[in-house]
Design a protein around this ligand. Structure first.
Ligand SMILES: Cc1cc2nc3c(=O)[nH]c(=O)nc-3n(C[C@H](O)[C@H](O)[C@H](O)COP(=O)(O)OP(=O)(O)OC[C@H]3O[C@@H](n4cnc5c(N)ncnc54)[C@H](O)[C@@H]3O)c2cc1C
Length: 82
């Protein structure tokens, strides 16, 4: 999905709804994957000394900046006439 969005951007054909879809999907999947990885590590996963905790903290903001996930959903919904 990210590759398709990049190709569309390069071709000047990326629509706001497609960009919002790519941003939403990639950030939400990354969040789910990293959260599961942290869970797998148990208490160590929560400690700043371990890279997984840093990954979790660094990734968390992706669902907020550049447009929150809720706002991405709103853009996608509007493009569908909802
Ligand atoms: C580290 C960091 C770097 C940033 N860098 C930049 C930058 O370089 N340039 C820049 O312009 N901005 C930047 N921002 C700002 C960022 O874009 C905003 O934080 C983001 O747009 C969310 O706005 P807000 O923080 O005011 O939250 P709010 O708009 O107050 O949102 C709070 C919550 O309410 C939800 N919400 C708000 N409105 C709706 C709605 N209509 N429907 C449903 N849910 C809604 C949001 O999804 C969110 O969950 C940065 C933010 C951070 C944390």
């Amino acid at each position: 999905m990210a590759d398709r969005a990049l190709e569309a951007l390069d071709a000047g054909e990326l629509t706001p709804a497609e960009a919002a879809s790519a941003k939403l999907f990639c950030t939400e999947v990354a969040h789910r994957v990293i959260d599961r990885c942290l869970q797998l590590h148990g208490g160590y996963g929560y400690m700043n000394e371990y890279p997984i905790a840093r990954l979790y903290a660094d990734n968390r903001v992706n669902r907020i900046y550049g447009g929150t996930s809720e706002v991405m959903k709103s853009i996608i919904a509007k493009s569908m006439g909802l």
